[in-house]
Structures are given as C-alpha cells and as structure tokens.
Design a protein around this ligand. Structure first.
Ligand SMILES: NC(=O)c1ccc[n+]([C@@H]2O[C@H](COP(=O)([O-])OP(=O)(O)OC[C@H]3O[C@@H](n4cnc5c(N)ncnc54)[C@H](OP(=O)(O)O)[C@@H]3O)[C@@H](O)[C@H]2O)c1
Length: 260
C-alpha cells in the first residue's frame, strides 16, 4: 500500500500517530509545527520533511491529518484550503470537536480519533488503541477504516454524536479518575506513606470492571451504608474541595444502592 499521509501538528498525538503509521510503511511526506525545531524532531523519526509554514504543505498526499489543539482546527483548515485542493481527504483527530468544522473548506472531510491518553514520554502500542473513524461519505469512511486498521485492531465507525458522548465518558474514566488518584497521592504523601501502597488496589479496580459493569463492582463505606466511617473520613479531610468531592460522590453512591 503506497499511501501517503501528511500530518499537521507535532504534539503528543501527532508524535505517536506518525510513528505508528510510518511503522506500517505509510509514507509521511511532511510534518508541520509552528516551531521548525519541533517539526524536525518528529520528521526525523518518520523520515519526513519538517515545515513550519502551512503554505509549504504539498498537495500530493492521500490523507491530511490535522492533529492540532481543538481550538486551532478551524483556523488551520481555513489556511490549508488555500494550499491543497478542496477534494483532498482531510480529517481532524479530536474527540470533542465536530467533523463539520471542516465543512466550509473540504468536501471530503472526516475524523480519525484515537481513543487513548497520549504523553510524549510514554510509549504506546497502537494495536490496542481504539480508533473511531467518521466521514459522511461511505467511500471515505472505508478509506479511513483501512488506514486505521493498519495500525489498530479496534477500528470502529463512530458518528459525531457518538464520538462526543464517548469523549465525555473518557473525561470521567480517565481525566477525573486521574484527578482522584492525585487526591489519593496527596493524602498518602501527607501521611508519609508511599502512593505505591495503593497500586494493587488501583489495578484490581480496573481488572474487576473488565469482568462486570462498574455498578456491580462498587465497594466501600457508601456502598455498605457505613455512615460512621463516612463521618470519620469527612472529619479527616482538611482540604475543603476534597471534602466537597467526597460528599458529592458519597451521596451519589448512597442514592444508587440505598434508595428508600
Ligand atoms: N493527547 C491525547 O491524548 C489525545 C487523544 C486523542 C485525541 N487528541 C486530539 O489530538 C489533537 C492534538 O492533541 P495533542 O494532545 O497532540 O495536543 P498537543 O500535544 O498540545 O499539541 C498541539 C499541537 O497543536 C498545534 N497548535 C496549537 N495551536 C495552533 C495554531 N493556532 N496553529 C497551528 N498549530 C497549532 C501545536 O503546534 P506547535 O507545535 O506549533 O506548538 C501542537 O503541534 C487534539 O484535537 C486532541 O483533542 C489528543
């Protein structure tokens, strides 16, 4: 497959995606970043040309992947329309932004959304990263599906509404959970205990929800209705925001399992 994919962006997602595509023999002609040095670091890894001017994007690629901050997608697409033809297949990679952001500029638009939390210093095995693809034109959706299938074992067609919901769910299970880990870290730290003591518990929590829905796996004082323990915890909490979170989540769990 002699496919070429130009990547607009050199951030966290672009870095992992470009490497995964190049690893499967996809040609990456160009990497764009506003900072040439940043584009160059990624371009060197995937044997691409580094550019820092959107006017230098060439018109020869089969796919254009806009992997920039959500707020910049519209502006980048706006500039890109002047340098590549309007029938090129152009996608963004956002979970939250609608595909229709690209409508004013390109007929063949879509989304290529890898659902994972990407960091520059953590390797990712893209085979296990679900990819949601979307295009209103089925032929384009098939092309995006094929591209995704080269690097991932879990590619799915997901429309704009579903993707927005999926992204919302991802914020709860990843971003908010991570913030709760931070609170746990803060509490153990202040008690001169290593956070690593909680690691088997964290791992077990994730293992258990692979077996049954989370609602079946809830444990803890609110699940049991142990009000004296809940009061003790509340009196231990010194940070007001942690206390508010504890109260809110405890209330939700009590309502779920102890409806009168
Ligand atoms: N990271 C994730 O876990 C993840 C997962 C799934 C989807 N996504 C999506 O992937 C996209 C990129 O996210 P990311 O995490 O890779 O972001 P990131 O690491 O913060 O990188 C953002 C990229 O956007 C570029 N950019 C920002 N403002 C720009 C502007 N006005 N004009 C041109 N370029 C601009 C930056 O350019 P410079 O290089 O010039 O600074 C950088 O290359 C987003 O749509 C995000 O929702 C991210």
């Amino acid at each position: 497959m002699n496919t070429s994919v130009s990547i607009i962006g050199a951030g966290r997602l672009a870095t992992h995606l470009a490497a995964a595509l190049a690893g499967k023999g996809i040609i990456i002609p160009q990497i764009f970043s506003r900072q040439l040095s940043k584009a160059a670091i990624l371009a060197q890894k995937v044997n691409a040309e580094a550019i820092n001017d959107l006017k230098a994007v060439n018109d020869k690629s089969d796919f254009y992947i806009i992997a920039v901050s959500d707020d910049a997608i519209y502006e980048v697409a706006h500039q890109l329309q002047h340098v590549i033809s309007s029938d090129k297949l152009v996608v963004h990679t956002s979970g939250a932004a609608p595909s229709t952001l690209l409508v004013p500029f390109f007929r063949n638009y879509g989304v290529f959304y890898p659902l994972q939390s990407f960091s520059l210093d953590k390797a990712v095995d893209f085979r296990h990263v679900p990819i949601g693809v979307y295009s209103p034109i089925s032929q384009n959706e098939k092309l995006l599906f094929s591209l995704g299938s080269l690097i991932s074992q879990q590619v799915q067609c997901i429309d704009d509404h579903q993707r927005a919901e999926l992204h919302l769910a991802a914020v709860f299970v990843n971003n908010f959970t991570n913030y709760l880990f931070h609170i746990g870290h803060d509490i153990t730290n202040k008690a001169n205990l290593p956070f690593s003591l909680l690691m088997p518990l964290i791992q077990q929590t994730v293992e258990k929800i692979k077996l049954s829905p989370p609602v079946d796996m809830q444990t803890g004082p609110a699940r049991r209705g142990d009000h004296s323990t809940i009061q003790r915890h509340l009196s231990q909490l010194e940070v007001e925001d942690y206390k508010s979170l504890y109260e809110l989540i405890t209330k939700q769990i009590l309502q779920l399992y102890h409806k009168k």
